[in-house]
Design a binder for this molecule. Sequence first.
Ligand code: GLN
Length: 384
Amino acid sequence: MQSAMQTRSKLPDVGTTIFTVIGQLAAQHNALNLSQGAPNFMPDAALVEDVAQAMRDGHNQYAPMAGIGALREALAHKVETLYGARYDAASEVTVMASASEGLYSTISALVHPGDEVIYFEPSFDSYAPIVRLQGAQPVPIKLSLPDFRVNWDEVSAAITPKTRMIIVNTPHNPTATVFSEHDIERLKAVTRNTNILILSDEVYEHVVFDGAKHHSMACHQELAERSVVVSSFGKSYHVTGWRVGYCLAPAALMDEIRKVHQFMVFSADTPMQVAFATALAQPASYLGLSAFYQKKRDLFAHALRESRFELLPSEGSFFMLARFRGFSDESDSDFVLRLIRDAQVATIPLSAFYTDGTDSGLIRLSFSKDDATLLEGARRLCSI
Ligand code: GLN
């Protein structure tokens, strides 16, 4: 449609998200999609049946704004059992219409114009644009190569009187690193005696490998008091399209977050919430996830052992980074395009996760796929 309307963009340099761009290219070239962190296999049939049953039982209208009570109670119980923190289900747990909405509502509610928000790059692509939409300043700190660790001295040096929030993400998308005890101690030290909030993206909390422990902010009272924890049912139950996540935060913070949440979506999908309340009653439904994905990681890495890629360690999440610089000088975006066209396999260039487009000759591979897809994907990658 023709329109003479002038639009003054709030995000002039932001294009369509890389996941959509690559997904469309993958479809055009009929490529195997190892780009998006979305499972291509079915969720538990009982979970699907419970949603259908909830619909038949009449759970088809608005849920309470903060989420259905049984689900908030189940979440509070789960978090206390796993991480030791006691969140009040009535005032400190909110069901969100996706973890993405949790991130948005939290940043929008708590970050003011002129504030600075520290986060680590490479990072999930929504953090910085959400901060900018508040009239605030994102302050990216690059994770240090070769192993993508946080340089906490740099964090200390970046803190100013305007620093309002630090966004952390463990297990980390896209580098697949996991916070250690040391990271937690340094995070405590840099935030102690400040008013800095922590937004902790923990959507891969149940996907941690080799016996390592997930350090939720909820495990550490000192951090929990200043944190908003965001997590996701989509990742833990293989249903990223259902768009249900949740936030945990002390009541004073949650009050503010709910003010935004209520006007953005009002409430998350009702029948899914009913089904998740049932699912959470069986901890096995999420406690087996690390072993499940570790097998996939190992199968995929083994199938890639003859390839020319150098695989970086994956400590958690659905992802693994692979270095191609040893055999190609192409930019990572060109390399990814060539993989889609010539090898018919879609991946994500790591530069997409940096605001300045840093290119270290790495691509992100997702192994949240059925085994046949992983083996075929590895076969195609070996042909390069
Ligand atoms: N979190 C997923 C990933 O990193 C997908 C996010 C999305 O498609 N918006 O691949």
